[in-house]
Design a protein around this ligand. Structure first.
Ligand code: GAR
Length: 209
């Protein structure tokens, strides 16, 4: 079974969706550890309650981004991850970190990339007047909020939406597509060819995604 390590910075609801999918037998992975750069991250408690190893590495304790990312690799690697899953991990990653986990680093972003990279994506979507918004799971590359797209889900933007209502509608879809993407990875069905993700068909008789 593949090992995954999840990185969080806060609430951890996407992490929780992965834990739930695993508990329900829908995600054949071992969640080896949950690591946060914030000691106060609520998700740490959720992970510990689920019996998952947790670690905290405070970025403020390091003089540079490079030093933090190198130390983070040293915390992650003993868990032998096949896949590192960024789930609301609010850090810009160094090229060295991204290279180290090349083709085994996932991120979820609350927009239909390449639209609205960065922060406040729901506010950006409302300001742009788009009628469709959503979320994206992608392999991480050195460019922020870019990289081969694994799966996206879209939601309508409604006339009376505010940021909170739109965020909740998108988050619901995040919780659906992140376990799906990790399951495809765990089943060995993903391949990146010329910067694009190919999803192989499921084995005959296997559970359909
Ligand atoms: C999620 O909406 C996730 O897509 C977003 O942070 C939230 C974390 O929520 N990530 C980013 O914006 C990364 N660029 P969670 O802690 O409840 O999973």
């Amino acid at each position: 079974m593949k090992n995954i390590v999840i990185l969080i910075s806060g609430r951890g609801s996407n992490m929780e969706a992965l834990i739930k999918a695993r508990e329900q037998g829908e995600l054949p992975v071992n969640i080896a550890a949950v690591i946060s750069n914030q000691a106060s991250a609520k998700g740490l408690e959720t992970a510990a309650n689920a019996g998952i190893a947790t670690r905290v590495l405070a970025h403020g304790d390091f003089p540079t981004r490079e030093a933090f990312d190198a130390a983070l690799c040293d915390v992650i690697d003993p868990f032998s991850p096949d896949l590192v899953v960024l789930a609301g991990f609010m850090r810009i990653l160094t090229p060295a970190f991204v290279k180290h986990y090349e083709n085994r680093l996932f991120n979820i972003h609350p927009s239909l990339l390449p639209a609205f990279p960065g922060l406040h994506t729901h506010r950006q979507a409302l300001a742009a007047g788009v009628t469709t918004h959503g979320c994206t799971v992608h392999f991480v590359t050195a460019e922020l909020d870019h990289g081969p797209i694994v799966i996206q889900a879209s939601v309508p933007v409604l006339a009376d939406d505010d940021e909170a209502r739109l965020a909740a509608r998108v988050l619901h879809e995040e919780h659906r597509i992140y376990p799906q993407a990790v399951r495809w990875f765990a089943e060995g069905r993903l391949q990146v060819v010329n910067g694009l993700v190919q999803v192989a068909a499921a084995e005959p008789g296997a559970r359909q995604g």
